[in-house]
Design a protein around this ligand. Structure first.
Ligand code: PEP
Ligand code: MG
Length: 577
């Protein structure tokens, strides 16, 4: 009897596929270590340049295929690889070493690439560490072309690729063969192969250690990208279970996809705008390919993470303009840095209470130079008139006034330089600190919109650390104090004729949709993966029922009772409709 084996790794791209494995072994091209005769030096340098030219040509082809498949932004890795090959300083130093040391081009080039690789590996940053695969890819490409060997990318159609390591270029080339999944020994969730798999929407499991030694071509496997597993030789029972899961997924996707472009309104025609939260660049594909919606919260902290410091104004302009372009004609609400708390801090000292510490707008108002650069980049990127600016962690009126004053100074500077921007750019604040809730009526007079950050608002109202698993049971979104706060913030916004959204995780909880809509929230900004489901719930809701329901639960002081009622409402008014 066959026995199945399960291998575990890191889930890198969701989805399930059942199919035949294709073991992809890429040869590591060896270097020639011998010394050159003086008469051979000239030829060696020319061969090297020829190999570089060929590699550039190959990479450009892959880049244009990649643009087509997953868009320009996700294809930046190939620009980075091309940059190395076009770096005159780097190339000249290789050639001059060939001439001086009389060693082969492959030997010198390999050494130089290894130096870059080692520098990346010694970094503390996981993202930079994973860039070593990209460096190895460039190395192998050039060495292969020096040996005049052909690029092999012929894999069986519809197979699941297993490999020690798969480069982004491989992933793109294989996608032409309708590959059904990727599993690799190496790599983490930020490896480009993982990022590309997510963009291509095929399941991927990485960091499997030795899957390439345990699976051979032609074997029947299941890849489960949700749980990060590969099942080899599945039994009939497992196969049946996975086929059922696949059918369910397909049915679910079909159902949800039907809803995705329908209006986001309740069945009694109250519009509730649905937008997406974007935290990392890879999620932008959702806006372009699927959601066709606005962005209710664009977190800018990843720029800080990527640069290891505050990014330059140019880098920011590039990023924000790109976001504004892909979202157009919908709007994108870009939040200024919310560094600190559980996120990174631009200084090394540890704070005893980081969530009550130097965080968000507090850092920006202390580091006006940095803040002005970000505001300037945001204004310069606002020409399409679809960018809104949002300040996080506001806890007092003076912070709002000071932030607006600084924004006006930046506007004046741009006017002086005759740089154009959206003069009517909307400015809003996050309501996520209890003092802002108490001041909501006053704050609403000073800004164009509110967005409730329930992640923080709940932790600060209930005094429950949002990341502490010991007290996670106390972190309750349906706590009467939280619901009453949301209600009064919403009323304050509407009384002052400004719009209000919720962008915390509560907006992405299907159980909470009826409550937030019933409390009068105008917009929900949700994580992309839940977007279709929340849209469907909104469309099933009857606003007047949700409102009456909220009027009722707001009278109860007991969180358990409220939770039970919310669950009942969800079952009766959503699930069974
Ligand atoms: C929030 O606090 O709800 C929020 C959206 O911001 P963050 O999770 O980034 O603190
Ligand atoms: Mg927050």
């Amino acid at each position: 009897m066959r026995s199945e084996t399960t291998y575990k790794g890191i889930p890198a791209s969701p989805g399930i596929s059942i199919g035949k494995a294709y073991l992809y072994t890429r040869s590591r091209f060896e270097v020639d270590t011998e010394y050159l005769q003086i008469s051979e030096i000239q030829k060696e340098s020319e061969e090297f340049k020829r190999a570089l030219e060929l590699s550039v040509k190959e990479l450009k082809k892959i880049r244009s295929l990649s643009y087509e498949k997953i868009g320009e932004k996700n294809s930046l890795i190939f620009d980075a690889q091309l940059e190395i090959l076009n770096d005159k300083f780097f190339i000249n130093s290789v050639i001059s070493r060939i001439q001086k040391e009389k060693r082969t081009a492959s030997f010198i080039f390999d050494e130089e690439m290894s130096k870059i690789g080692h520098a990346l590996l010694s970094s503390n940053d996981e993202y930079l560490k994973e860039r070593v695969t990209d460096i190895n890819d460039v190395r192998n490409r050039v060495l292969r072309n020096m040996k005049k060997e052909k690029l092999v990318s012929k894999v069986e159609e519809y197979s699941i690729i297993i490999g020690h390591e798969i480069t982004p270029a491989d992933t793109i080339l294989f996608s032409k063969r309708k590959v059904q999944g990727y599993a690799t020994d190496r790599g983490g969730t930020t490896s480009h192969a993982a990022i590309v798999s997510r963009a291509l929407r095929v399941p991927a499991v990485v960091g499997m250690k030795d899957i390439s030694k345990n699976v051979t071509s032609g074997e029947m496997i299941i890849i489960d990208g949700f749980n990060g597993i590969i099942i080899k030789d599945p039994t009939e029972k497992t196969l049946k279970a996975y086929k059922r899961k696949l059918d369910e997924l397909k049915e679910y996707d079909e159902k949800l996809n039907k809803v995705i472009d329908l209006p986001s309104e309740t069945s009694d025609f109250k519009t509730v705008e649905l937008s997406a939260n974007i935290e990392f660049d890879e999620e932008i594909g959702f806006i372009v390919n699927t959601g066709h919606c606005g962005i209710g919260l664009y977190r800018t902290e990843h720029l800080f993470l990527e640069a290891g410091d505050f990014p330059s104004e140019e880098r920011q302009i590039e990023e924000y303009t790109h976001i504004a372009n892909v979202t157009y004609p919908n709007t994108v609400t870009i939040r200024t840095y919310d560094i600190g708390g559980d996120k990174l801090l631009p200084r090394s000292e540890k704070e005893d209470n980081p969530f009550l510490g130097w965080r968000g707008i507090r850092i920006c108002l202390d580091r006006i130079d940095i803040f002005k650069e970000q505001l300037s980049a945001l204004l310069i990127s606002s020409l399409k008139k679809n960018v809104k600016i949002m300040f996080p962690m506001i806890s007092s009126m003076s912070e709002v006034m000071r932030a607006k004053e600084i924004l006006n100074e930046v506007k004046k500077d741009l006017d002086k330089k005759e740089i154009r921007y959206d003069k009517n750019i909307e400015v809003g604040i996050m309501i996520e600190v209890p003092s802002a809730y108490f001041l909501a009526d006053d704050l609403a007079k000073e800004v164009d919109f509110f967005s409730i950050g329930t992640n923080d608002l709940i932790q600060y109202i209930l005094a429950v650390d949002r990341g502490n698993e010991y007290i996670s049971g106390l972190y309750q979104e349906f706590h009467p104090a939280v619901l009453r706060a949301i209600k009064s913030i919403t009323d304050a916004a509407h009384k002052n004729k400004i719009r209000i959204s919720v962008c915390g995780e509560m907006a992405s909880d299907p159980l909470a949709t009826a409550v937030l809509v019933g409390l009068g929230i105008d917009e929900l900004s949700v994580v992309p993966s839940i977007f279709p489901e929340i849209k469907q719930i909104i469309r099933k809701l009857v606003y007047s029922e949700a409102k009456d329901f909220c009027d009722e639960i707001l009278t109860y002081p007991d969180e358990e009772k409220i939770r039970t009622l919310v669950y009942k409402f969800y079952q009766e008014k959503i699930v069974s409709r």
